[in-house]
Every structure is written in C-alpha cells, then in structure tokens.
Design a protein around this ligand. Structure first.
Ligand code: 0O2
Length: 210
C-alpha cells in the first residue's frame, strides 16, 4: 500500500479538525435552542426568566494547543476527541442563584442530553474565589450520513459570579503578569467574591419574599 506523505497527513488532519469544529459548533447551536426554549417556557408558565443571557465561544486553536500540551498530549485530532471537551463552550448567565440549578435540572432532564462531567465550583469555590457550575454534556448531532454524540462545556453562573469571573480572568487567569504581584491581591479578590455572593443571596431572598 502507498505510504502517505507528511503533507498528505497534515492535510488529512486539518480537514478532520475542521469537521470536528463544525460538529462542535452544531452541538452549541443545539444547546442554544434548548436553553432558549427552556427560558421561554419558564417565562410563559412561571412568569420568570431564569436566564439573563447566553454567551458562546469556540476554543481558539492556540488555546486548544496549550490545553493539549498541559495534558501532556500531542497536537493530534485523535487526542482532541475524547480528551478536550470544551472545543464548543457556552456560558449561561442566570438572574439568581436558584436559577443555576433550575437550568441544570431542566437541561439534564432532556432525554437526548447526557452528562459526562460536572464540577460545582459554587458549592466548592476555587481558592481564587471563582464560582460557577461546569457541565460537560453531549447531544446527538445529525449529519448527512451519521449521528454523533458531541460534547459541549456549559458554564452556568449568576450575573454577579460572571462579573467577578470576567474581571478576575482579565486580571489574572490569562495575563503574563508576575504571579507574585497578582498573589498580593488574591485575598482581596477572594473576599470580593464572597461579598458578591452574599449580596446575591440577599437579592434572591427579596425576590422570594416578593
Ligand atoms: P476559556 O477560553 O475561558 O474557556 P478539564 O478540562 O476538566 O481537564 P479545565 O477545563 O482546564 O479542566 O478546568 P476547569 O477549571 O474546570 O475549567 C477551566 C475554565 O474555567 C477556564 O477556561 C475559565 O473559563 C474558568 N476558570 C477556572 N478557574 C478560574 C478562575 O480561578 N478564575 C476565572 N476567572 N476563571 C476560571 P480557560 O481555560 O481559561 O479558557
């Protein structure tokens, strides 16, 4: 049998990667529709929107390579499928804390949705103060010749958690600022996360009382 040249192999890998991105994008679209329908249903039947807004992103290739490296894996399409679950990512920002778990419960109740991984950084915040519920879920994507169970990472968090997470991410998570400098402010940042959490709990109590 004729051996593949390196160029041919690179070309094949690239086209597999493009197909996989397209698949993940389709899965993000499926979840987008599910979440919007869920929110509308709540509005009509309970007169309350659990979802404030939704953000979607496809992981950029540089982050993808960085993550493979951190996991000690070669940059190969076969290592992405089955090891990296956040090629397609969504952030569901809810109005109140209870809404985080309402969205989760209703999403996981859908028979075509399967839970692969769950990390509750709300019940167990990260030492940084980061709070969010992370789910890796799959949904069947119907293609022209097959059906593929495709994973998406969904981060569900309140408006307050999102505000803190976005700013802290800019300050620390992805900057090249010297770690020593940033760690001087760690305690403060963690304290602000607790304060926001306490404010959100009080706002939710008012919502319940009303
Ligand atoms: P981006 O572009 O924001 O998505 P695993 O896949 O389970 O092996 P993973 O996904 O690396 O591990 O770990 P984790 O901690 O569950 O999720 C990582 C993502 O959570 C990050 O994505 C951030 O979005 C968010 N995150 C985690 N910890 C913190 C934190 O301390 N502060 C902030 N602001 N965000 C955090 P990436 O990798 O940055 O990429």
């Amino acid at each position: 049998m004729k051996q593949m040249t390196n160029n041919e192999r690179d070309g094949e890998n690239l086209s597999k990667l493009v197909s996989y991105y397209q698949l993940c994008k389709a899965a993000v679209n499926e979840f987008g529709a599910k979440l919007e329908n869920l929110d509308s249903d709540y509005q009509v039947r309970h007169d309350h929107n659990p979802i404030h807004h939704i953000e979607v992103r496809m992981k950029d290739p540089a982050s993808l390579l960085g993550k493979l490296e951190r996991k000690g894996l070669n940059p190969d399409i076969n290592n992405i499928v089955g090891n990296i679950y956040d090629v397609g990512g969504m952030r569901v920002i809810t109005n109140y804390l209870d809404d985080v778990y309402t969205v989760e419960k209703n999403l996981l109740a859908q028979t075509d949705v399967k839970l692969l991984k769950r990390k509750d950084y709300i019940k167990n915040p990260k030492p940084s103060g980061y709070r969010s519920l992370h789910l890796v879920v799959t949904v069947p994507v119907f293609q022209s010749d097959s059906v593929q169970e495709t994973p998406v990472e969904i981060q569900i968090r309140t408006v307050g958690m999102d505000m803190w997470g976005s700013l802290e991410h800019k300050l620390r998570y992805k900057t090249d600022v010297d770690e020593g400098k940033v760690s001087k402010f760690s305690e403060k940042l963690q304290g602000y996360s607790d304060e926001i959490n306490s404010i959100e709990n009080n706002m939710q109590k008012i919502f319940h009382d009303l």
